[in-house]
Design a protein around this ligand. Sequence first.
Ligand code: AP5
Length: 222
Amino acid sequence: RGKTSLKVMISGAPASGKGTQCRMIVEKYGLVHISTGDLLRAEVSSGTEIGKKAKEYMDNGKLVPDQVVTDMVVSRLSQPDIQERGWLLDGYPRSFSQAQHLENLKIRPNIFIVLEVPDDVLIDRCVGRRLDPVTGKIYHLKNYPPENEEISARLITRSDDTFEKVKSRLDTYKQNSEAILPTYSDLLNKIDGNCPAEVVFQAIDFLLQKICENTSASKLTK
Ligand code: AP5
């Protein structure tokens, strides 16, 4: 931990484990977690104009129009805690145009992480996923069951986690993800996401540690 403000992008198919890893990264590194999926779901549940626009796209597993999502992200990135704590972008950029937008604003990460998980595993993870609306914690009925009855009773299912919708989200991911990679080819790190969450985190933590060490070393020599 320290004053190095890390800038991290995490990408991967639906249910590849982005949200799960982000919780662990934030706990250790204190970064500001910006999840476009979470921001959009919050807009939908409070019934805002943005939420009304976004809901149809989300329910069909399509990307919400770039401008809507980009405005949300840029406005969050311009808040003062970002300089102090660094950021962790989860699920953004998700199209070539979103990546270009950040490039034009000279917003670049230190690292671009992609979690790789086979399709059949992704579908099982989505269908078994449950969320705790009180703590925001992500569970899985088989892989990561809730700790007690009280939590179990309040868990909710995401409306886009049905078999059909997951397949459509996966198609959308495949159509867009390749187009982003060239922008971050020098920062790209693919990680095997098909192992226990703690093991995936060890791999990510190793990479982030290395960046922190290099950044503070270069600061010392300046
Ligand atoms: P978003 O919320 O970003 O959904 P997503 O990309 O489909 O990703 P998920 O949240 O489903 O999965 P995750 O990778 O976080 O996995 P998790 O950790 O929960 O986006 C939703 C929608 O919003 C999009 O479809 C789109 O419409 C819109 N949107 C968002 N961003 C946008 C953008 N930039 N532009 C336009 N539109 C945008 O894990 C999944 C499950 O697996 C859990 O049950 C978990 O417990 C379990 N699990 C996690 N890790 C492991 C492990 N290592 N082993 C076993 N199980 C595990």
